[in-house]
Design a protein around this ligand. Structure first.
Ligand code: TRP
Ligand code: SF4
Length: 328
């Protein structure tokens, strides 16, 4: 049997996930897992969470909320270890070594960092935050990840991971693969106001949303401002509701487009139809979530088991690293 390719996927624990997380990354995680040709590692980047917010008191709670969403979405812990970065000491160790292999100038040029500093209005940043992509490189390379399913905002970080892998291999000998990023087709799903979907903008539909809340939220979605009443022709390509049809109601996409453009479909009905499709899509998530919510101990055990597996792999890689460096 050919060896399975290694996938390393990770998210910061930000609490409950929304449809944007699904479209941006999680969908790919599940698809790659179900493909059967890959070995998947799922990382909770809890140290990364404190790079932009030192308050760590909610991280555990957010981790559990996020894990429930992963499991509800179909991540199978029997096949794919799920673990926290903070519980595997080797992440910190490899981060330290990698931090010698990259210049501060290179890290200061990182466009994702610049964007975040601007968007989040961050003042002077910490040494740890500047090194965010270095820790991420350690996350990926500790497990010799070859494929990294991420949103497009992470491409610059994967590029840095590749550079670090190359530089390490050149300096000390070939230990690491050069991982590639894998983007989803719908890298960005708009929120209900047309901006990027985000919990802090209050424009998100959560993966754990109850059916009535999906309907209520969809009612408020912004549509083509030129289409005021049924009968007015609309422009589906500038309407976020149409994007939801494209994503969650492909079978009726052409019909919805035609109805919108001709005016025979009104926005109220169009939104109701989208809400129903989103609910149909989320139904299997709801079923799986209930199973895990009834057994909170099981979620803890999933983490413990995943961390035991991850630790073994991490230790093995670190001994290869030390050997390559002639330090062990
Ligand atoms: N930086 C990623 C994000 O914000 C999270 C992350 C940390 C990650 N380590 C990773 C993603 C390793 C993929 C692989 O979404
Ligand atoms: Fe948007 Fe649908 Fe209204 Fe067209 S009919 S503008 S796609 S909500």
């Amino acid at each position: 049997m050919p060896e399975k390719k290694i996938i390393l996927s990770g998210m910061r624990p930000t609490g409950k996930l929304h449809l944007g997380h699904w479209a941006g990354a999680l969908e790919n995680w599940v698809a790659l897992q179900n493909d059967g040709g890959y070995a998947n590692y799922h990382l909770v980047a809890d140290y990364h969470a404190i790079t932009t917010n030192l308050d760590s008191s909610h991280i555990y709670e957010y981790t559990i909320d996020m894990l429930l969403d992963w499991l509800a979405a179909g991540i199978d812990p029997e096949h794919s270890p799920i673990f926290r970065q903070s519980q595997i000491k080797e992440h910190a160790e490899l981060n330290l070594i990698f931090s010698m292999l990259i210049t501060t100038a290179r890290l200061e040029r990182n466009p994702t960092l610049k964007e975040q500093v601007r968007d989040l209005n961050l003042g002077p940043i910490s040494y740890g935050y500047l090194g965010y992509p270095v820790l991420q490189a350690a996350d990926i390379l500790l497990y010799k990840g070859e494929v990294v399913p991420v949103g497009e905002d992470q491409l610059s970080h994967i590029e840095i991971t590749r550079e670090i892998a190359r530089d390490f291999n050149r300096q000390y000998g070939g230990v690491f693969p050069e991982p590639v990023a894998k983007l989803t087709r719908f890298a960005r799903l708009p929120g209900l106001d047309g901006k990027k979907m985000s919990k802090s903008l209050d424009n998100a539909i959560l993966l754990s949303e109850a059916p009535d809340d999906v309907r209520r939220k969809m009612k408020k979605a912004v549509t083509d401002p030129q289409k005021i009443r049924k009968g007015d022709p609309g422009r589906p390509d500038i309407c976020l509701v149409f994007t939801y049809h494209q994503k969650f109601n492909q079978a009726e996409e052409a019909e919805v487009r035609q109805g919108c453009e001709s005016g025979s479909l009104g926005c109220v009905d169009c939104k109701i139809r989208a809400a129903e499709k989103i609910n149909e899509f989320l139904d299997p998530f709801r079923g799986r979530r209930v199973r895990y919510q009834e057994k909170p101990e099981e979620v803890k055990q999933i983490l413990e088991k995943g961390e035991t597996t991850a630790r073994e792999v991490a230790k093995k890689t670190m001994s290869e690293v030390h050997k390559a460096m002639k330090m062990g």
